[in-house]
Ligand binder design. Structure first.
Ligand code: UDP
Length: 328
């Protein structure tokens, strides 16, 4: 039986990952300080004898060391998440992102445990080469603009992970997650789909930031966690970077219109300038499209869920927000 540690396992993606791992028979340890995760996301898993959780931070080095030692492999998901948090708490974001990864790698290296570091499509920054390929140059903005600290911290995590691979032969794989959505995701930290669905269901105006002509590609959380497990299981992935995404693209304005139509809401759309939504001088990415050929070739990944089905499931979840019923 495989023993997996999921840091950030009470979060949105982490809780779905833990659930899938349990379903296939793994023993699962999760470590989560509940900073952006929620105990409700995992309450229904507690009855499973193969599930163990500890509410604490990856900064608790002794505990982390013990948990890594008792596991065969580590999915490192614990990190600050969401543009609101990144803009409001930059020190916390940078320190936690970098230090957490440092500690996970340090302890995994003691007994060469396989690690997946989850990174983000943010690292492509302002690149205009579409779709984004893992080998592309990354175009990060100036350090005077706080939002780039998130991309830069995650990038440092990637460099560090790959350095452990090269220098110490630690099996480390980097996964760059593109906008991942689904039940249990909260809109509290800015994520657009849960926010729009919540606004539509309460007949409040949908807050489209900027002109709404920026676009995104949304990945269903089940596709994303299956991809993470596929990367972990495949012995050829260490030392490599993989995009995890779904290339189906939609503008944010069209997304707002679609959600209003699907929910039969009386909501209207309000356009909020970026300076009001985030902070003065905020730069949003106009487009972000994943190239998924590499992960397709490596593990046969192909996204199974389109935006239409994703929205139906998120709407259903917000009608009945019970994490236990939100298995994907
Ligand atoms: N967005 C929006 N209204 C909201 C929240 C987000 O128009 O209430 C926009 C945001 O500016 C971005 C896109 O939706 O262009 C996706 O935002 P999110 O924070 O979900 O993810 P990001 O791609 O920025 O990491």
């Amino acid at each position: 039986m495989t023993i997996s540690l999921v840091t950030g396992g009470a979060g949105f993606v982490g809780s779905h990952l833990a659930e899938r791992l349990l379903e296939r028979g793994d023993e699962v340890y999760i470590l989560d300080d509940l900073s952006t995760g929620a105990i409700n996301n995992i309450t229904h898993l507690k009855a499973n004898p193969r599930f163990h959780y500890t509410v604490d931070s990856v900064m608790n080095e002794r505990l982390l060391a013990e948990l890594v030692d008792s596991s065969d492999n580590v999915y490192h998901l614990a990190a600050a998440v969401g543009v609101f948090l990144v803009v409001e708490s930059p020190v916390y974001t940078i320190e936690n992102t970098v230090r957490g990864t440092e500690l996970v790698l340090k302890w995994a290296n003691k007994k060469k445990k396989k690690v997946i570091i989850t990174s983000t499509s943010e690292v492509y920054g302002k690149s205009t080469r579409f779709p984004f390929n893992e080998a592309d140059d990354l175009v990060i903005g100036p350090s005077s603009m706080g939002r780039w600290s998130y991309a830069s911290s995650k990038l440092l995590d990637e460099f560090l992970g790959l350095a452990y691979y090269r220098e110490y032969h630690l099996p480390v794989t980097i996964a760059r997650l593109f906008n991942t959505v689904g039940p249990r995701q909260t809109g509290r930290y800015g994520m657009v789909i849960p926010r729009f669905v919540g606004q539509a269901l309460s007949n409040e105006p949908l807050t489209v930031f900027g002109t709404g002509q920026q676009s995104r590609c949304f990945t269903y959380v089940k596709d994303a966690v299956d991809a993470l497990i596929g990367l972990m299981d495949n012995p050829a992935t260490p030392g490599q970077i993989y995009n995890i995404g779904n290339p189906e693209e939609i503008t944010i304005e069209k997304l707002a219109q679609t959600i209003i139509a699907k929910t039969g809401s009386r909501s209207t759309i309000t356009y909020v300038p970026y300076s009001e939504a985030y902070q003065e001088g905020f730069e949003d990415m106009p487009r972000r499209v994943p190239d998924i050929e590499k992960i397709g070739a490596a593990i046969g990944y192909r996204p199974k869920f389109g935006l239409d089905e994703i929205l139906d499931r998120v709407i259903e979840y917000q009608h009945h927000p019970d994490p236990a019923r939100a298995s994907v």
